[in-house]
Ligand binder design. Structure first.
Ligand SMILES: *Cc1c(COP(=O)(O)O)cnc(C)c1O
Length: 341
């Protein structure tokens, strides 16, 4: 039996041999004391690239987002975010649980947050209402089929937030893919936001970790919040070294992931049993089966052909391309999809 092709998520990538060597060679120290030189290097490197003052290494993207929310809001405040967002759907209700805040959900297509919609969801300064304290946006949008936020919309959203004195946070778990797609300068992009969480564990081959970026003052508070959440780690330079090794070259090569995802999307959109495919802009493909046929039909057929993908709702299936998926694998996936009835 050939090895399974795993397209359930871009979190399944493994460290390359060169990455493992970089990890072995990394100098380390106690990161709770902020004394791990490799963690400090990664934090500084990303802060500089994205035009922020400081960075903080966190165990996961969920924790980086939750720390950001925790620092930006107080109990009883409200967070404006999208109905499709990870912070709302997939972080275990953490906004309420960790920070005591409520949410206001935006419902625009593809995870978008236009400025006029943001403005309309911000509560007036009146004691009847929760105090709106934060606006969060996601890029790329996982549940939006890997959609890239239009740059103009992000800039207008950012300006609206600045006018209203609200921080604008980016869940940039896959900001790499967005930047690879638009070709935008990382600093110009980064300075649109007051804080950013970036995942090292998505598509890059690195084993774990996320980095939160923001002002020096924000990161100092985030350091405290990370300790409270139990996310202070010690000699994690070995993980940071994997990130330093991967970021530039592995973001550069994401163009291949996007091309392969687009090929999968093309075959699916011509398939008679597929009703609809979300426009494929990056490394995520989401397709809806026609006639209310259950997602499990296609997931099972793919599995029989040696391919793992995910049911993403009752009649939707998701494939995510990544570093460990090559053109030979792509050929197998495309022929299995063409053979499925
Ligand atoms: C994966 C992901 C995260 C963080 O997830 P962790 O598994 O906690 O690292 C955050 N936001 C989005 C959009 C994601 O896809």
């Amino acid at each position: 039996m050939e090895q399974m092709i795993d397209l359930r998520s871009d979190t399944v990538t493994r460290p390359t041999p060169a990455m493992l060597e970089a990890m072995l060679a990394a100098p380390t120290g106690d990161d709770v004391y902020a004394e791990d030189p490799t963690v400090n290097r990664l934090q500084d490197m990303l802060a500089e690239r994205f035009g922020h003052e400081a960075g903080l290494f966190c165990p996961s993207g969920t924790m980086a987002n939750q720390i950001a929310i925790n620092v930006h809001v107080s109990p009883g405040d409200e967070v404006v975010c999208h109905r499709l967002s990870h912070i709302y759907n997939y972080e275990g209700g953490g906004i309420a649980r960790n920070s005591g805040a409520s949410v206001r959900l935006v419902q625009e297509p593809r995870g978008r947050m236009p400025a006029e919609v943001i403005r309309s969801e911000v509560n007036p300064a009146d004691s009847h209402f929760a105090r709106t304290a934060l606006v969060c946006v996601e890029d790329t949008v996982n549940k939006g089929g890997g959609a890239v936020q239009p740059t103009e919309l992000l800039k207008e959203g950012s300006e609206a937030c600045r006018d209203m004195g609200l921080p604008f946070h980016l869940d940039g778990a896959r900001a790499w893919n967005a930047l690879r797609h638009t070709g935008m300068d990382w600093t110009a992009y980064g300075t649109i936001f007051d804080s950013i969480s970036l995942c090292l564990s998505k598509g890059l081959g690195t084993p774990a970790g996320s980095v939160l970026l923001g002002s020096r003052e924000f990161i100092a508070e985030a350091h405290r919040s990370r300790k409270v959440m139990g996310g202070g780690m010690r000699q994690v330079g070995i993980l940071a070294a994997a990130g330093i090794h991967a970021i530039e070259p592995h973001v550069d090569r994401m163009e291949e992931d996007h091309r392969r995802a687009s090929d999968i999307g093309s075959v699916l959109s011509q398939h008679p049993a597929i009703a609809e495919v979300d426009p494929v802009e990056t490394n995520i493909v989401i397709a809806r089966l026609s006639g209310g046929r259950p997602a499990s039909d296609l997931v099972a057929a793919q599995q029989d052909a040696g391919i793992l993908c995910s049911a993403f709702g009752p009649d939707k299936v998701r494939w995510v391309t990544h570093l460990d998926f090559n053109d030979d694998d792509l050929t197998r996936v495309l022929s299995a999809l063409r053979d499925w009835h």
